[in-house]
Design a protein around this ligand. Structure first.
Ligand code: ADP
Ligand code: MG
Length: 353
């Protein structure tokens, strides 16, 4: 076991309004090459009925964070430190049995890859109805009716017939939809959607997003939504968390973060992604370089090797000192508030038009 030190991140706001509270979460993998520090001192909150969007390049720790919340990491190779509190229940220290129970009806995940969630050996119908019987105490008939209804809601044609199919008899897009139905079967209070609609066409995608909103309206569910699609974020999320190399670099309401981003990484990310208004004439600027290896990440701010503004910070702080992420609307960066504002207005905003 590695000894973990406290980070300088101020805790995000807590209180009765926080349904899921993540505090100083650290997730490390032991590999042949060394320790991968995949998540490094992450804190965030979600209230009931709210959606938190998470954005960040591949490898920034989005999926690892969410698999850890669900307790789906491999305990033999993974060290988890910090706190995850869901509706008053501590999950980092919870037993496998407790977590399994919670995964049934309290929390559920829509995975990037449906094959992660579905077994090839059982029919789709059985995989939908069994957890429902177990967790909701439903009869076989009730569970089957519910499964057929959910398959219909996610747009599977002939759901009564399809109930008896195996996953391999479904197309990729249908498997994705069946998995979404599976995640929604027990009306989870926390739903984690990890790039849930990437493989789906626009019409089906809109249908699924509506379904998630319905779930939220009816049950006050909290949703974590991971996507590369800023349009989806703007449409679905209340708050936005920007992750880089296992840390949160910026957070705020969606409007604040997309409208007046404050972190150089967020500036780079937004300049490299198609804008919401879809102006095809806007040139996209990729962020120079690549994300760091998490075996041996840069000291100080993990973004410093790719940042164009470190020379504006006195004393070489960017390479020596981790910038803290303050409460509420915040960016973890050593630039002063005045510098951030001036750079945004002069250099970044014109590029985002
Ligand atoms: P994202 O979802 O943001 O694209 P991930 O959360 O999947 O990124 O991965 C974060 C980092 O953790 C990556 O560098 C990835 O290679 C590493 N990682 C994920 N799972 C494991 C594992 N089981 N063992 C070792 N490293 C892992
Ligand atoms: Mg991922």
């Amino acid at each position: 076991m590695t000894t973990l030190t406290k980070t300088e991140d101020a805790p995000a706001p807590t209180g009765p309004e926080s349904f899921l509270s993540v505090r100083d979460l650290r997730v490390q993998f032991s590999t042949e090459d060394g320790i991968v520090k995949a998540v490094d001192g992450l804190s965030f909150d979600i209230a009931r009925g709210k959606t938190l969007g998470i954005v960040g390049e591949s490898g920034s720790g989005k999926s690892v964070t969410n698999l850890t919340i669900l307790g789906l990491h491999n305990p033999r190779t993974t060290t988890v430190d910090g706190e995850i509190v869901l509706d008053g229940k501590e999950l980092v220290t919870a037993t496998d049995r407790e977590l399994e129970k919670l995964r049934g009806n309290k929390m559920a995940m829509i995975f990037q890859d449906p094959l992660t969630a579905m077994s090839p050996y059982y029919t789709v119908g059985r995989q939908l109805s069994e957890p429902y019987m177990k967790h909701m105490g439903a009869s076989k008939k009730e569970a089957k009716d519910r499964a057929i209804q959910m398959l219909e809601k996610v747009g599977i044609p002939q759901p009564k017939v399809r109930f008896d199919d195996y996953p391999h008899q479904f197309s990729g897009g249908m498997r994705q939809r069946a998995m979404i139905a599976m995640a929604l079967m027990c009306d989870p209070e926390l739903l984690i959607a990890d790039e849930p609609t990437t493989a789906l066409d626009v019409t089906v995608q809109a249908q699924i997003l509506d379904l998630l909103k319905d779930l939220q309206q009816e049950f006050g569910s909290a949703i974590i939504f991971i996507t590369h699609d800023l349009g989806v974020i703007a449409n679905m999320a209340d708050d936005l968390l920007v992750m880089y190399a296992g840390r949160a670099v910026e957070r705020g309401s969606v409007k604040e973060v997309l409208g007046t981003p404050k972190h150089p990484y967020t500036w780079g990310l937004l300049s490299s992604m198609p804008r919401l208004d879809g102006d095809i004439n806007t040139e996209l600027t990729p962020i120079p370089g690549t994300p760091p290896s998490l075996l041996n990440p840069p000291s100080g701010c993990r973004f410093n090797p790719r940042c164009g503004f470190t020379d504006k910070v006195a004393g070489g702080l960017c390479t020596t000192t981790r910038p803290a992420l303050a409460d509420g609307r915040a960016a973890a960066c050593h630039l002063t508030a005045e510098q951030k504002q001036a750079i945004f207005i002069d250099e970044i905003q014109p590029r985002l038009r």
